[in-house]
Unconditional design. Sequence first.
Length: 61
Amino acid sequence: MTLLIKSNFEKYNHNIMVFKRYLILYIVVHLNKKALNQQAHILNAQLLEFTNAQRILNLIV
């Protein structure tokens, strides 16, 4: 009986460990995705500024 309880407890601990790993992985992936999204928005804004500057220069020249 004690061995069965110990075995179940070890399985429970293992499941918690696996859950923690996946949770950490999910958080890291989510944060990276968020950071990449922000960088994409910044790059889009910079590209828009650049094309606007090019249009202005084309009007001048």
